[in-house]
Design a protein around this ligand. Structure first.
Ligand code: C2R
Length: 240
């Protein structure tokens, strides 16, 4: 089922135009897609906190969240963020995992605001079959390190630029003491976090490795195209 959560300002009717788009998002899913509407940011925030059964959340420009509760697929990657204010950045990771068809879940948890929930999540992730955790946080970003302290699963940290130009979260996530590594990607580097997670899983999954090889080849062809374009740029002193 896909549930659509709207902001207070929008009427549920306004969202019916988005149904086609959502159908498209989930066209590969075997889910029985049925639409229902709920209003209010608080509700979906709560749903994120409580729901470990979320398969996809897709955020579109106008801040609607789409949540499918597809049965049967077990998440391999868990994306955790300190707040839903991190979601505009973290949707980049969701897009990559979706593109590579890796089942994932997304939840908001905070080592500061919901420490008990973080402990429950981190200690239970391995038994639930999660292979990699992507943890994103801004400001005093303790979340990835705290999760890493309580699980044998690799944790990839995404520093979010929320204050002090992001240096606070970069250093908090990067400078872990010996024994509790967090693989830290660039500031707001959510796409790379998902690619790295996929690469970790692919070491034991040949089909996924083949997808990643195709993905990397696509990057190569982008540069070939870019150079073709640059070849058309003419200056009297440009030699190529
Ligand atoms: P709000 O927008 O909710 O005030 O959060 C979040 O990741 C976010 O970037 C502001 C910022 O606080 C971060 N946050 C943490 C933690 N919990 C929330 N760094 C944590 O436990 O580390």
């Amino acid at each position: 089922m896909v549930e659509i959560f709207t902001s207070k300002k929008k009427s549920p009717d306004a969202d019916s135009s988005s149904q086609g788009m959502i159908q498209k998002c989930f066209y590969k899913s075997s889910a029985n897609i049925k639409f229902s509407f709920r209003r209010g940011k608080k509700k979906w925030h709560q749903a994120l906190l409580n729901g470990y059964d979320i398969e996809y959340i897709v955020i579109l420009e106008d801040c609607k969240l789409y949540r499918t509760m597809t049965q049967g697929l077990m998440p391999k990657v868990s994306i955790i963020m300190g707040s839903t204010s991190d979601l505009p950045v973290m949707s980049g990771a969701a897009e990559i995992l979706n593109q590579l068809e890796i089942p994932f879940e997304m939840n908001a948890l905070s080592a500061h605001r919901t420490p008990e929930e973080v402990e429950k999540f981190a200690k239970g992730a391995h038994a639930r079959g999660i292979k990699v955790i992507i943890a994103a946080a801004g400001m005093a970003a303790h979340l990835p390190g705290v999760i890493a302290a309580m699980t044998p699963i690799p944790v990839i940290g995404v520093p979010i630029k929320a204050s002090l130009e992001g240096w606070d979260s970069i250093l908090a996530i990067l400078q872990m003491p010996p024994g509790i590594p967090v693989a830290t990607v660039a500031l707001n580097g959510s796409r790379n976090s998902a690619i790295l997670a996929a690469q970790m899983i692919a070491t034991g999954d040949e089909a996924l490795m083949a997808k990643l090889i195709a993905f990397k080849n696509e990057l190569k062809s982008k540069i070939v195209e870019a150079n073709n374009e640059l070849a058309q740029v003419k200056y009297p002193f440009k030699t190529n």
